[in-house]
Design a protein around this ligand. Sequence first.
Ligand SMILES: [Zn+2]
Length: 78
Amino acid sequence: MSPRVMRFVEWTIGAPRGEAPKPVILVRCLEPGCDQESEASRSHMDADRWALQHAGRTGHTEYDEIARCRLVATQKER
Ligand SMILES: [Zn+2]
């Protein structure tokens, strides 16, 4: 009889170890055919300013606000 190996691994996901979550914010224009988006920034003010300037230039008025965080998946054997 061959030996059987059973391995159970639990995964978790979160901010890199020892770091607080640090989201970056960007906004993306939702006007069909317009793929423009702001630079990612740690400040809402930068994204809002970009959207208002974009609205002023183009008349485009709807945006998605996107918050991105770097996450790390780690495994813990049990
Ligand atoms: Zn646009």
